[in-house]
Design a protein around this ligand. Structure first.
Ligand SMILES: C[S@@+](CC[C@H](N)C(=O)[O-])C[C@H]1O[C@@H](n2cnc3c(N)ncnc32)[C@H](O)[C@@H]1O
Length: 278
């Protein structure tokens, strides 16, 4: 009889991301070098937004006082938010030390500042009502208790505080993997063990494997599931979509096609939300 494997826990999540920070295994430059960060920024904007950064992700003018980049990874958002709008105080947190160290390095290269913290999004050490805005991109779908992480984001936000969150989206491909998976076998995706993606079984397993075949947790949500998770704590101001991972394809696709797929076949769903009044 096959043994049932234990569900992944936060230590498994830590071990994976500590050893496989975002973009490692996808760059020819040394991890933490200036070229590494430059290439990461280029690829991130090209892939996540088909080359057109989306200003809807920036904090509103009235929410720029104390901003937390939660699950900062190698620091793309910590830098980008400060370069694109005048944030009074920037804070960056991640589960892993690697992410904190990379974010600090990235800040140095751009001569910017942020306070950095090693934190579990499910159990933040910050006091209630600490921040005016929380940015949390592609993080809570990797943690065991996503709903608990959402409660914590709400707790640390000030009254009227806002957040911009994103998770993997169950688009038509992920909802119908039985059919598309067969096609997937014809296309071998590049980087971070994505060659094994065709052997995956369902939406969550596919997005788990997209970030690395050893990645313990990935989850993909429908629009309604995302709304249901956010609604207990937040008024939802806007929902939108992006991300077609062209960089993993075996051939380059033209920009116009990438823009079309970014809108018609997006793999991430985004929400701009405001904390509900108590
Ligand atoms: C896919 S990366 C996204 C990084 C960054 N937000 C971005 O968009 O570039 C996921 C990050 O979430 C972090 N993470 C996963 N679970 C976490 C948790 N429970 N608390 C804090 N960070 C977490 C990982 O360490 C990793 O750096």
């Amino acid at each position: 009889m096959a043994l049932k494997s234990k569900p992944a826990n936060i230590d498994d999540v830590y071990n994976f991301w500590e050893n496989n920070p975002l973009f490692v295994g996808e760059s020819s430059s040394d991890i933490g070098s200036f070229d590494y960060f430059k290439e990461h920024r280029k690829v991130y904007i090209a892939d996540c937004y088909a080359g057109n950064f989306d200003d809807r992700m920036l904090p509103n003018i009235e929410n720029r006082e104390k901003v937390l980049d939660l699950g900062c990874g190698p620091g793309f958002w910590t830098i980008e938010l400060q370069k694109r709008c005048s944030i009074e105080a920037m804070f960056s947190a991640d589960l892993t030390q690697q992410a904190i160290d990379l974010t600090k390095k990235r800040l140095e290269y751009y001569n910017l500042k942020a306070e950095t913290f090693k934190e579990n999004a499910e159990d933040l050490s910050f006091s209630d009502c600490s921040f005016s805005h929380v940015n949390c991109q592609g993080v809570i779908h990797h943690t065991p208790d996503t709903q608990q992480a959402i409660s914590e984001i709400a707790r640390v936000l000030q009254p009227n505080g806002r957040a911009c969150l994103s998770v993997y989206y169950q688009n038509i491909i992920l909802r119908n993997w039985g059919v598309f998976g067969l096609l997937g076998r014809l296309v071998s995706l590049k980087g971070r063990g994505r060659e094994n993606l065709a052997d995956t079984s369902d939406a969550s397993d596919i997005v788990r494997c997209y970030d690395g075949s050893d990645n313990p947790i990935g989850k993909a949500y429908t629009k309604q599931q995302f709304i249901d998770m956010l609604s207990p704590h937040f008024e939802i101001e806007e929902i939108y979509y992006h991300f077609f991972p062209a960089r993993a394809l075996p051939v380059r696709i033209p920009k116009f096609l990438h823009r079309f797929l970014d809108q018609r076949l997006p793999f991430m769903i985004y929400a701009n939300v405001r904390k509900k009044q108590c």
